[in-house]
Ligand binder design. Structure first.
Ligand code: DGJ
Length: 725
């Protein structure tokens, strides 16, 4: 990067003799998070919201609020310690080496660097009595309006300090009302939203599951200020904790009716013994804020993810044929050879071999055995994976493979050889989740083993083009034979996982990796640093997927969402394919059994998708018609030049006479341009009512809209709007 291009602004402030309040604004394109240091060197959040045009205004914010007097002086602390004025949920709680539990952090200094699109503000806080310090990091991605907040905790006390709580972020929001949208779920029911007004007290979103951590609750949420934000109106913070393990978010409405938000790694069973000079870096809390509703917030996240937050965000993705639901564990070499031919016939890029290809002493013929024994099953695959990879190449398709390397079945050679590699409580009954246990990723030998599963496959088969990384069990009986301090297990597990993934990424930087967790039990931005895509749910019923994909899309871009066409649901093939197209499309059905017309339609659909996928993956997404409120769901993607838009419309209500009664207003088009609309993905033999010779102005399509004529018998309609040159 040239020096001119690299604009670096660096500011270092040390203020030992502060006599008046000092503000530290952390800014992005539209937003401000303003910190303030008072005369007693307390660091607080003085403003959170839309950026002011004049920075001097931030000093006046305090004076215009007439809420109950803040005699506590800590409500809005930027990192509230327990053990001093401990009136609220703390961000940090410690026991010093001498057993003392107090902590009183004061501001020491801060630096602010801006380099291109990213600014990093680092604030140093120190305890008044003990040599204990916390560095707060505020990283602003300016153009995307996305902020990452985390901390680094260290000390030079004589003895280790016990960290009982160690949040990443402490925010303070002011409004007359706060509305929380969060998600619950279970297997095949991921991303079920709930929206409620936040009342006084604390609402905690968390998980204690360890692995597959998001099974019941993901770390994804929104807080609307004033009233629930709609797609295009209202102020909303959309946030998440980037940590692929136990997280915790506390939303505390305080005595002044303001909202204290504390987020980070869950401290559940995780008190951390911090040695002198050791740095404890917390997870990143990530959020975007929009005063123009949820739609903009989600595009902020999508842009950020593609630019910084996931692997190969500007690259391409592979369409595929997966054999999981087509064969389950019941396959052999000749069946797979047939599927490789089907992959080519269908026209997708890659064949993905799922579970069941490995283990010999305890063959993996169902989910009871074999997990951990990663050599090819000789009966099913006498010529090994290499033969299949070569066969794939001969068929002019790529080859990918399923692994679940963090797990072990008790019925496996791995368990027999290395019981000490398994997370379990010796002497206690073992509890299984899908008949399996979790390997102890805190142990470097286990890390080598897990890395080796990928490395071995890749070394033996350099043409291997895709890996699906599954994770089906939670952690029960949390105990590591490797760790001396058991309360480090949950944290060290995630650190171990990231170390392995980092090694994989160093050696295989662009290898497509799908993050799967018995469905969508895992996705977060900590994991997406290493993955190209995720599996939202095993539930591929297209009707269910419309709702799930809708909710996931507030947080993650479409290109990261692996959507497969399966036999789930009662909808016709076209409907299933159309829903899968809103992301990264794949197939998991028996191609050989498709009636001729359906095969022809699928082949054509793959070609249509190939022509539109760049708009879907890299374009701006707009949710036009909400399936939770309307009979028709509608989602649009527009490319950056506003030349092409794809609009997916689905009937989601099967009651009599339901359909698109009103036109659906499009968004993000060029108002002054003219567009021609055409319907694509028509099932052979069906006709469209869309006259592609008519042109509409972008202005018309956005103000009046277009009626896709969705109704019973025409339950799924895909439109393409193209700018007339
Ligand atoms: C759970 C995944 O979600 C499925 O897609 C499949 O890969 C199975 N595991 C295989 O055991």
């Amino acid at each position: 990067m040239s020096i001119l291009k690299k604009l670096v602004v660096c500011l270092l402030v040390t203020s030992p003799f502060l006599t008046h309040a000092q503000t530290i604004p952390v800014l992005s394109k539209h937003n401000a998070l303003v910190l303030e240091v008072d005369a007693k060197k307390r660091l607080a959040i003085s403003y959170f919201g839309e950026k002011l045009s004049n920075e001097a205004g931030y000093r006046q914010v305090k004076g215009v609020y007439r809420q109950a007097e803040d005699y506590t002086l800590v409500n809005n602390s930027a990192y509230l310690p327990a053990g001093s004025v401990n009136l609220f949920e703390p961000a940090i709680a410690v026991v010093h080496g001498d057993g003392n539990t107090s902590l009183d952090l004061e501001y020491v200094s801060h630096t602010a660097n801006t380099e291109g699109n990213i600014s990093l503000t680092t604030i140093v806080l120190k305890d008044k009595l003990y040599p204990f310090q916390v560095k707060l990091f505020y990283k602003s991605y300016i153009a995307e309006d996305v902020m990452e907040i985390w901390t680094s905790i260290s000390h030079t006390e004589k003895k280790p300090v016990l960290l009982n709580k160690f949040a990443s972020a402490n925010l303070y929001l002011k409004s007359d009302e706060f509305w929380l949208r969060n998600y619950h779920g279970d297997w095949a029911r991921e991303m079920q939203p709930e929206e409620e007004k936040i009342t006084h007290g604390i609402k905690t979103l968390d998980t204690k599951l360890g692995t597959r951590a998001n099974l019941f609750q993901p770390p994804l949420f929104m807080v609307s200020l004033g009233k629930p934000a709609t797609e295009d109106e209202g102020s909303v913070l959309v946030g998440s904790v980037s940590w692929t393990g136990n997280f915790r978010v506390d939303l505390e409405l305080d005595n002044q009716d303001n909202l204290r938000l504390t987020a980070g790694i869950n401290n559940y069973q995780s008190a951390y013994t911090l040695k002198p000079k050791e740095e404890f870096e917390t997870a990143k809390f990530i959020y975007t804020f929009s005063t123009k509703g949820k739609s903009l917030a989600s595009r902020n996240f999508h842009n950020w993810a593609r630019n910084y937050g996931m692997v190969d965000g500007h690259g391409s993705r592979l369409t595929l044929l997966n054999n999981w639901e087509a064969t389950y564990f019941d396959f052999n070499e000749s069946k797979l050879a047939g599927l490789l031919k089907d992959t080519k016939k269908l026209g997708v890029d890659l064949f993905l071999l799922d579970d069941g290809w490995f283990a010999n002493k305890y063959p993996r013929n169902d989910d009871n055995a074999g997990l951990g024994d990663w050599e090819e099953n000789r009966k099913k695959l006498p010529n090994g994976i290499s033969y299949l990879v070569k066969e794939a190449t001969a068929n002019d398709v790529k080859f990918g493979i399923w692994i679940e390397p963090e797990m072990v079945n008790p019925k496996s050679e791995l368990y027999e050889k290395h019981p000490e590699w398994v997370i379990r409580q010796p002497g206690r009954e073992e509890h299984y989740f899908r008949n399996q246990l979790v390997l102890d990723l805190t142990n470097p030998k286990v890390q080598d083993f897990v890395f080796g599963v990928v490395d071995d496959l890749m070394t033996k088969n350099p043409a291997m083009a895709y890996i699906k990384w599954d994770c089906n069990a939670v952690i029960y009986n949390a105990q590591s034979a490797f760790l001396t301090n058991q309360s480090h297990l949950y944290i060290e597990y995630v650190r171990g996982l990231y170390k392995i993934l980092q090694r994989i990424r160093v050696k295989y930087p662009t290898l497509p990796l799908m993050l799967c967790s018995g469905g969508g039990g895992r996705v977060d931005y900590g994991a997406l640093q290493y993955f190209t895509e995720y599996w939202p749910s095993d539930n591929t019923d297209p009707l269910e997927r419309i709702y799930m994909q809708w909710e996931y899309s507030y947080f993650f871009p479409a290109m990261a969402s692996s959507n497969h066409v399966t036999e789930w649901g009662k909808q016709p093939l076209k409907y299933r394919i159309d829903v899968a197209m809103m992301g990264k499309m794949g197939y998991d059905i028996v191609i050989g059994k498709l009636p001729e017309k359906e095969l022809a339609f699928s082949q054509q659909a793959v070609r249509v998708y190939d022509s539109l996928k760049n708009v879907i993956w890299h374009g701006d997404q707009y949710r036009l018609s909400d399936p939770w409120k309307n009979a028709v769901a509608s989602v649009q993607y527009v490319d950056s030049t506003q030349s092409t838009a794809v609009i997916f419309n689905y009937l989601v209500n099967s009651r009599y006479g339901q359909g698109s009664v009103l036109p659906i207003r499009m968004k993000g088009l060029d108002p002054s341009a003219n567009y021609r609309l055409r319907e694509v993905n028509l099932f052979p033999g069906t006709k469209t009512s869309v006259d592609s010779s008519v042109t509409y102005s972008g202005d018309f399509l956005m103000k009046i809209g277009f009626n896709p004529a969705v109704r019973s018998g025409r339950g799924s309609v895909v439109l393409v709007a193209e700018k007339v040159k």
